[in-house]
Design a protein around this ligand. Sequence first.
Ligand code: PLP
Length: 366
Amino acid sequence: MIIQNTHIEINLKNLEHNLNFIRSKISEKTKILCVVKAFGYGSEPIEIAKRLEDNKVDYLAVAYSNEGIELRKSGITTPILVLHPQTDDFDEIVKYQLEPNIYSFRILESFLKKSGNLKEYPFHLKFNTGLNRLGFSFSDVEDIYKKISCLQSVKIKYIFSHLGASEDFNEKDFTQNQIKLFEKISEKMSTIFQENFKKHLLNTSGVMNYSKFQYDMVRTGIGLYGYGNDDKYEKFFKPVLSLKSIISQIHEIKKGDSVGYNRGFIAAKDTRVGIIPIGHADGISRSFGNGRSSFIINGMKASIIGNVCMDMLMVDISKIQCAEGDEVIIIDSNSQNADQLAKQNSSISYEVLTSLSNRIKRIFIK
Ligand SMILES: *Cc1c(COP(=O)(O)O)cnc(C)c1O
């Protein structure tokens, strides 16, 4: 039976498969942190987090505090790292027992203001090693020491950094320099603090390509959802998310007729047009339109014609045997995965997955 609406299927068995595959790439002693930011990479964070918790992962991570609060409110008790806290967040971070990433002196100040009465409140200290996104520098270590060494209220639980090109073999030197700098920073930290800190560095592609530097924990996101950023790893992962729709209506139009807003498509010959109930409000950007991307109907490619509308789009089905109500596959593991759809539009799996709006119903396959 075909579900008569646009929907997303989340296969939690595939999530477990991917988790086990990533675990097989690291030592049993290395902890695993699972990234569920951005609505669980578009999948839906709560069910994903619960299944990960059932599988005894060591940590979860989100980008913003409100994402962590959602998880706590739904009963998740696993430690949660907040990757990008802001100065106003620390009341709630403490209230909901979230562990902040402290990445600058400004953020450290606001954290310390709110943590005065606490005892050894755990946080992760981030260093910038070349991505030039968040993080302290090598030269900040002395000042960090001055600000926190005498405090009992907070405690560095991990130091960490983030690789900028772990999937790209042309950038091996860059990555190795990041790793070297991270090691130099760790040594300086232990010399100055007289303490050996636990560390984490690798994301999914880091685990695949630089597993020697797994340290005490790895952080995996995209791999959990079934993508390895490289054709050679793709076969070991199973996409968790499928996006399916249906044909709402079919028109037979004549040569010279137009389709959609601003007459984005003008038929060069008589054309059969299928209307699909998914649009840019659902995460299929306008840039997918006008022939750039296609969906799969009864095993055949139907390319998008004209401009993508907010709530629907039109595809060319002239050569496809199909009827109103038939299934349309936009993303799945067999005919077209998120990476393949992304490539049609110069994008990446991360962007395609995280763009899928909450309006689309998620169905969980347990
Ligand atoms: C998003 C994110 C990750 C996850 O990366 P993947 O490539 O999805 O595995 C890891 N670490 C940090 C700091 C992140 O922001």
